[in-house]
Design a protein around this ligand. Structure first.
Ligand code: ATP
Ligand code: MG
Length: 499
């Protein structure tokens, strides 16, 4: 067995006396790609934060390059050669790419020009198509990630840790990302990445570590594992992986009344003459690649996208034209938008889970003055915590203390308490583990069966296929094709999305 570059032995971390990870062993070899898997709240982020000096272990030992170490800050860890790329990037948006790369070393570059030239050469050497003079705020998710990786390489990182790096990437960007990992491997850099996409771990990782409830369950070569064995180890029981089975033909629910029609809606170059209808009692899936305008269209309907930008067309709710300037107006009419961008639009981070869900209840009553009794309030939040299996270390945890996937469940619970009749879910299961995806899908199906109109926007085809009764394909700002799920295949949908 070759030497580890970094390892943790018997590592534990507690928050207010409760274990987030407990007695975990982990090791990484030079040039290895190591995936960490586990359900939401299993302790993946906590473990990697300990490796990167973001958190200090409460118990256990850590070794780096053969010596015991104890990093007190991410800065110290980075100096030693350990870089971590967080889900929310740590770049400074208002600074240029070059400034971000050399942050803290500006004194070596007393002229901006020198900084740009040096950054340009460095980025080219890595084959990254990023303009060093542009502000980071202007970059897309994939390019931001390139800058983060470049910065890590620039610091001669021996270990690079990624927390859910692919969650915000398009399929093409993911391909590119994994190619980059291969380059890092060739440089003998050790890579750790967290993901909920089991296929990614199976295909791209050399070894896989699985955590459950803060404990280390197993570490093995990816080639010795498959989807079923991973799921079994993650949840500790056999979970029927019916989620994405292709064969189990489903009958679609019958379409109910038409609740919404969108007629020739346009916005700048993003949405072009878009027309389609949504029906009650069904789940309508909208599939499309980046630039297909699917999210923008949903945002126009729900009043999230500013009205001034809408350049024409009509939206009819139950036959009456509507035009919302803010999401609250849409909500009053029973239209909810559950966003993919939970950090920005989702919730009040410093409030507890119960308070957040309760805010949804208040909004539904339409009268901020109406107060629910404490007991009723607790009942409501308990019910949701149970039905969506929201995992917390203690009952009145703030949302900011929850793991990423559990935060997403709170966003969903909050919008469902508002009892809308038409709901748009934009990437509802991003960052959510396999077991919880099933729970969320079951909830959505139950809502459709109750007669609600559900719209799901997702970029993972199997998810769309599994969930929808009807599938709309968006391309270049318009819905171009419509399928009943019984007649759709992944190939036919993809063909429509690309051609
Ligand atoms: N700062 C904190 N304060 C209190 N509890 C915390 C804090 N950070 C994490 N936890 C708790 O520790 C546990 C493990 O969280 P962690 O973020 O490591 O999970 P995860 O495996 O990354 O999950 P996900 O897949 O949802 O991101 C969770 O129950 C979480 O609520
Ligand atoms: Mg996490």
């Amino acid at each position: 067995m070759s030497e580890s570059i970094i390892s943790i032995q018997g590592g534990s971390k507690t928050f207010a006396g409760i274990y987030a990870i407990k007695n975990v062993d982990f090791d990484l070899k030079p040039g290895e790609v190591h995936a960490i898997l586990g359900e939401n709240g299993a302790g993946k982020s906590t473990l990697t934060k300990a490796l990167a000096g973001v958190l200090e272990l409460t118990e256990g030992q850590m070794f780096f390059a053969g010596e015991e170490c104890n990093f007190k800050s991410p800065r110290q860890a980075l100096k030693a050669g350990i870089a971590m790329v967080f889900q929310e990037t740590s770049l400074v948006p208002s600074m240029s790419v070059a400034q971000n790369l050399y942050l803290g070393e500006e004194k070596f570059y007393n002229r901006l020009r020198g900084l740009y030239i040096s950054a340009q050469q460095f980025l080219q050497g890595l084959n990254f198509a990023v303009d060093p003079t542009v502000d980071v705020a202007m970059l897309g998710a994939a390019q931001k990630q390139m800058v983060e990786i470049a910065r890590a390489v620039l610091h001669n990182a021996k270990v690079i840790i990624f927390d859910e790096p692919t969650a915000t990437l398009t399929p093409e960007e993911k391909q590119h990302f994994f190619k980059l990992l291969q380059q890092l491997k060739d440089k003998k850099v050790g890579v750790v990445f967290i993901t909920h996409a089991l296929e990614e771990a199976l295909e791209e990782a050399d070894r896989i570590t699985i955590l459950r409830d803060g404990e280390h369950i197993l570490t093995d070569d990816a080639k010795n594992m498959d989807r079923d064995s991973i799921i079994q180890a993650m949840v500790g029981r056999e979970l029927s992986d019916k989620l994405y089975s292709k064969d189990g033909k489903r009958r679609s629910r019958p379409r109910g009344r038409k609740i919404l029609s969108v007629e020739n809606v346009s916005m700048q170059n993003i949405v072009k003459n878009n027309s389609f209808s949504i029906y009650e009692g069904q789940i309508t899936g909208i599939f499309g690649l980046i630039g297909s305008g699917r999210t923008e269209t949903a945002k126009i309907i729900c009043g999230v996208e500013k009205r001034d930008f809408v350049h024409g067309g009509e939206i009819l709710l139950n036959g009456k034209p509507v035009r919302y300037r803010v999401p609250e107006q849409a909500m009053q009419d029973g239209i909810a938008y559950v966003t993919e961008d939970r950090k920005i639009e989702g919730f009040f981070e410093t409030m507890s889970i119960g308070e957040n869900i309760y805010m949804g209840e208040l909004a539904a009553s339409g009268k901020a003055g109406v107060l629910l009794s404490n007991k009723l309030r607790k009942n409501i939040s308990d019910e949701w915590i149970k039905s969506l299996n929201i995992k917390t270390l203690n009952d009145d945890a703030r949302v900011s203390e929850l793991s990423g996937g559990n935060q997403q469940k709170v966003v969903i619970a909050k919008s469902l308490t508002q009892r809308p009749s038409l709901i748009f879910f934009d990437e509802p299961t991003r960052g959510v583990d396999v077991g919880a995806i099933q729970e969320i899908h079951d909830q959505l199906s139950a809502l459709a069966a109750q007669g609600l109109a559900i719209v799901v926007i997702a970029s993972y085809l199997p998810e769309i296929m599994n969930l929808s009764d009807r599938i709309l394909v968006a391309r270049q700002g318009r819905i171009v094709e419509e399928f009943n799920v019984n007649e759709a295949t992944e190939e036919s949908i993809m063909y429509a999305a690309v051609h």
